[in-house]
Design a protein around this ligand. Structure first.
Ligand code: IMP
Ligand code: MG
Length: 178
């Protein structure tokens, strides 16, 4: 892996486009749930930027939880094994659950979460919301209920997504050729 200063990061999605997309996505949820309460479950660490900007646009009562999963290690490709680092959740029976992810790639994480939540709770409704969708890399048959941008098979970073732990603080999404 290259060090950060040697990386040639190109712009993929700028900050304005991210924010207008987030308002669009939040509008869908505001319409669908009106005054119903929602439980937002954000997957650390990558989805943190997306989550905080998204929930600011929500108009109904919101509860926020974080879980921490790990599948990528420090390489460029998911190994398909999802590890729950911290998945302690409150009682979600009868709740409207929105799971928030930065990106859905192979789909293993999304599948793991959907199975985990549906086998532990009888939720009222469940939605998986991902800012990015790298659909061309899917290994399991699962798609987000709502997503921001479909992207090609590029390694992306910024706005929560990391390159070897770095770049999460960028206000845009960039990519490198791998
Ligand atoms: P999946 O289980 O293969 O769908 O991978 C999901 C996780 O892999 C995401 O939550 C990200 O943390 C990570 N990931 C996938 N693609 C990228 C990328 O291009 N850049 C940074 N992280 C990524
Ligand atoms: Mg992630």
């Amino acid at each position: 892996m290259k060090t950060l200063d040697k990386l040639d990061i190109k712009m993929l999605i700028d900050s304005r486009s991210i924010h207008s997309k987030i308002r669009e996505l939040a509008e869908v949820i505001n319409e669908e749930y009106k005054n119903e309460e929602v439980y937002v479950i954000s997957v650390l660490k990558g989805a943190v930027m997306f989550t905080v900007d998204f929930i600011k646009e929500l108009k109904m009562p919101v509860q926020l939880e974080f879980i921490r999963l790990s599948s990528y290690g420090s390489g460029f490709t998911s190994n398909g094994k999802v590890r729950a680092v911290d998945i302690s959740l409150p009682d979600l029976n009868g709740k409207n659950v929105l799971v928030m992810e930065d990106i859905i790639d192979t789909g293993h994480t999304a599948q793991f979460l959907s199975n985990f939540i549906k086998s532990n709770f009888k939720v009222k409704s469940y939605k998986f919301i991902s800012l990015l969708d790298k659909r061309c890399r899917r290994e399991v048959d699962i798609n987000p209920d709502l997503y921001g941008f479909e992207i090609d098979d590029k390694f992306v970073m910024g706005y929560g997504l990391d390159y070897d732990g770095y770049c999460r603080n960028y206000d845009y999404i960039g990519y490198i050729e791998t």
